[in-house]
Design a protein around this ligand. Structure first.
Ligand code: FAD
Length: 336
């Protein structure tokens, strides 16, 4: 059991800046926004950690999104993400500079890296958080996430070890504004990496072409559930999405029925989304679906059951048969 580190002078809030090929995952900016609030409440600085090769050009962006400081480690071995060298770099930085909070996006990369880092550091990790608050007196991070199949929200504290580590789902935190001229401090750290340590060799990178990969970045989502009734009926939703320049989404029931592939699933075991407009069509509003979309700016629910729970979170509700309502909406939007 590692020794308690809770009261041993760890200070500061860190955000791991996830980049692939120089493109930063938007969740990293969202976390800088959340991290800013935590850092201000604690009276400490907010830092971004940037690992990679040829990524120094991103430092100004990290400042622009609110970091006071950027820790930059560049090395050819970090050119492509691989668990071992990335974990080693992050663990070394944490041991040297001792932040009290370390946040990562709950993406595939963030989930992989955070587990390895928490293990090496012997600290706790709360995965897949949907909210973070701080108690400035105790300096404890209150990390909230769905538990027991989404039926309860659990708030988890890491009392004995530092840093307090959490991964946070994309799109649950608002995007902070970008301040073009904002500048901070840069700490460049050199580490001697050895290719053999990486253990994994990247042979080829194949880019995914599927549109649904961008579900978490979509501004308009037209999502259908079991009520849509068939794959053919999804054409109606596709037409509406086409007219609005939106993306299709689905409940788990629609995915399980084979009407859309799993990448389109919204919810607890799918993607968390926060579009400007979310159409929930033939979706009842089960809690596992709601946790993935209820922070959307505007929610339009279409359901033939006026008692469906989805209407409780809807901004606009239309009670009716989707087979009539959706084509009528499409025609109206097309006319405008
Ligand atoms: P239903 O609940 O069957 O609702 C269909 C709705 O369509 C009804 O409200 C009905 O009134 C309406 N309807 C029917 N015909 C029409 C019509 N002609 N016109 C208009 N309305 C009509 N679910 C997710 O979505 N995402 C997840 O990530 C997810 N993760 C889960 C994880 C766990 C651990 C568990 C246990 C469950 C999870 N679920 C998830 C499943 C979830 O509990 C629900 O079963 C699912 O969301 C229901 O999908 P639905 O709303 O499409 O179907």
């Amino acid at each position: 059991m590692p020794a308690d580190t809770a009261n041993t002078g760890y200070r500061g809030v860190w955000v791991f800046i996830e980049q692939v090929g120089g493109e930063v995952a938007p969740v990293s900016w969202e976390l800088l926004g959340a991290g800013r609030q935590l850092a201000d409440a604690l009276g400490v600085e907010l830092a971004g950690v940037l690992l990679g090769q040829g990524v120094a050009g991103l430092v100004t962006e990290v400042w622009a999104y609110g970091a006071d400081k950027v820790y930059l480690v560049e090395d050819p071995v970090l050119g492509f993400y691989r668990t071992a060298p990335y974990a080693r770099a992050l663990v070394r930085l944490v041991k040297q500079y001792q932040p009290e909070i370390l946040l990562l996006g709950a993406t595939s990369l963030g989930r992989d890296l955070s587990g390895a880092v928490a293990t090496f550091l012997g600290t706790g990790l709360t995965a897949d958080c949907t909210s973070l608050t701080i108690d400035p007196e105790t300096r404890l991070l209150e990390q909230t996430r769905p538990a027991f199949g989404g039926n309860v929200m659990a708030t988890i504290l890491c009392r004995r070890h530092r840093p307090q580590m959490a991964t946070v789902r994309p799109r649950v935190m608002p995007m902070p504004s970008r301040q073009e001229d904002r500048r901070g401090e840069l700490v460049r750290v050199d580490m001697a990496f050895n290719e053999a340590e990486a253990r994994v060799e990247v042979i080829e990178v194949i880019e995914e072409k599927n549109k649904a990969v961008y579900l978490d970045r979509a501004e308009i989502i037209v999502a259908g559930g079991r009520g849509v009734g068939s794959k053919e009926n999804f054409r109606l939703l596709e037409e509406l999405a086409g007219v609005l320049g939106g993306t299709l989404g689905a409940s788990r029931a629609a995915v399980e029925a084979g009407w859309l592939p799993p990448e389109y699933q919204v919810g607890q075991t799918g993607t968390t989304v926060r579009p400007k407009v979310y159409f929930a069509i033939g979706i009842s509003g089960a809690v596992q679906h709601l946790v993935g979309m209820q922070t959307s700016d505007v929610i339009v629910a279409i359901n033939n059951d006026s008692q469906a729970p989805i209407f409780k979170v809807a901004t606009y509700g239309i009670v009716g048969d989707l087979r009539q309502v959706v084509p009528a909406l499409t025609a109206e939007f097309r006319r405008q």
